[in-house]
Design a protein around this ligand. Structure first.
Ligand SMILES: Nc1ncnc2c1ncn2[C@@H]1O[C@H](COP(=O)(O)OP(=O)(O)OP(=O)(O)O)[C@@H](O)[C@H]1O
Ligand SMILES: [Mg+2]
Length: 405
């Protein structure tokens, strides 16, 4: 999430730790990738003896709503972790998800379908068409928002803070890190069953702190809060929570997701999209599935097997067959700045400059590809220019506008 919306590569980008202290993001990304690579090589060494590291192509998946700078940041982190840049590819997560769903044998041929990938941090939405040759065409620039599963955890933390006090919770995060992680891991497992009452063990530090601080027993305190019978003490050290409270932790995220999907489906060019494929870890939740099904009845919903692994498996398939994505819709217009001839006599004198014996128009944006243009896999656009001086780099411009010149 720290990389989302980055306009420039911020090598100094930071992430906050639990106590809100900033730490450089680059080394953390590198550390994670290095760890995963080591873990992979050890596992391969057991299962596929003789596999050489040089046999491996690495695919790192990134959300498509990330800007170019964030994608570059990820690539640099991987190279820093020791991954050979010739064997490294980034795959766009919604495309990987679509590849996986296509491979599951759902008859998607000729169909336009939406992939909704509900992850930890973000919900990513993209729309594709599967062509007769099995390849996929991306027909809508990916969009989405910050409505992932981690906000459910954040709402739970907020709820615990309401019961036990913000100070006690912050103190636990700072001083009793293991207890805090235990509590969150317990929640991670238990939130997966949001249909029945759920019981949590209350960390001792919280319970002691609570009684000391509020001068009343926990059950007395609970009855003074607004939860009614829905939150109760069980046994000596357990908290019982009614499913409706559990569901309330994800309600707002799901509403935002449903609203966003509806607004995309209302667009004119989306009118023959009749199928939604739901993937990502957050999509494993039966409550999430039910609500999306109920609130978007006009479209058919498919939740593939193991939706949480869809992106991973799709990325592996993409690694083997990169041209499975046959074309992409550009999210920007790209071009370079040139001096041009005024063949059509449309420029005023102020725009012109006399150079090497002729009049040229300055500051012309020569477009290579335009926003919303369909660009086939491996497509090349060639323009030839003569440098006016000896440049050691070329500036490339991009804009979200469809430039006319
Ligand atoms: N059964 C479940 N019920 C509710 N949430 C779940 C369930 N299973 C997994 N999750 C949540 O799904 C999230 C992880 O999903 P996923 O692995 O798709 O995320 P990610 O790809 O790492 O994140 P992002 O796509 O945002 O970068 C976590 O927040 C996890 O708690
Ligand atoms: Mg994801």
């Amino acid at each position: 999430m720290v990389l989302h919306n980055q306009k420039r590569i911020l090598r100094s980008a930071t992430v906050d730790d639990l106590e809100g202290k900033p730490f450089a993001a680059g080394p953390i990304f590198t550390m994670v990738i290095r760890y995963l690579q080591k873990h992979l090589l050890e596992a391969l060494n057991l299962s596929h003896k003789g596999t050489l590291e040089t046999d491996i192509t690495y695919i790192i998946t990134v959300p498509d709503i990330w800007g170019l700078a964030a994608k570059q940041f990820m690539r640099e982190a991987a190279i820093e972790a020791g991954i050979n840049c010739n064997r490294l590819k980034l795959a766009l997560e919604p495309e990987a998800a679509a590849v996986y769903c296509g491979a599951l044998g759902h008859t998607l041929v000729g169909q336009k379908f939406m992939v909704v990938d509900l992850g930890g941090g973000t919900a990513d939405i993209s729309v594709h068409e599967r062509k007769g040759n099995g390849s996929l065409k991306n027909i809508h620039t990916p969009c989405g928002g910050t409505w992932g599963g981690i906000y459910v955890d954040a709402n739970f933390t907020q709820f615990m803070a309401e019961i036990f006090g913000t100070r006690a919770l912050t103190a636990m995060q700072a001083d009793e890190m293991y207890d805090y992680f235990d509590m969150m891991r317990d929640f991670e497992v238990k939130k997966r069953n949001s249909q029945t009452d759920i019981t949590f063990r209350i960390p001792v530090v919280l319970k002691e702190n609570d009684e000391e601080h509020f001068h009343q027993s926990l059950s007395d305190r609970l009855s003074s809060l607004m939860f009614g019978e829905k939150v109760f003490v069980r046994g000596k050290d357990k908290l019982g929570i009614h499913p409706s409270i559990m569901q309330s932790f994800s309600t707002d995220q799901i509403s935002a997701i449903v609203n966003h999907i509806s607004s995309v489906l209302k667009e004119e060019r989306m009118k023959d999209v009749g199928l939604i494929i739901l993937v990502g870890g957050f999509a494993e939740s039966p409550y999430v599935q039910q609500r999306i099904q109920k609130e978007l009845q006009a479209v058919r919903l498919i939740v593939p097997e193991e939706p949480g692994l869809a992106v991973l498996k799709g990325a592996v398939m993409f690694g083997h067959k990169p041209n499975i994505i046959s074309s992409r819709v550009m999210d920007y217009t790209y071009g370079v700045e040139i001096f041009d001839y005024d063949f059509e006599k449309k420029y005023s004198m102020e725009k012109k400059i006399f150079m090497n014996g002729e009049w040229l128009v300055k500051d012309v944006f020569r477009v290579f590809v335009r926003v919303n243009e369909d660009v086939p896999f491996d497509n090349k656009v060639t323009h030839a220019f003569f440098p006016t001086e000896n440049p050691d780099y070329v500036v490339i411009f991009r804009t979200e506008n469809n430039v006319h010149n």
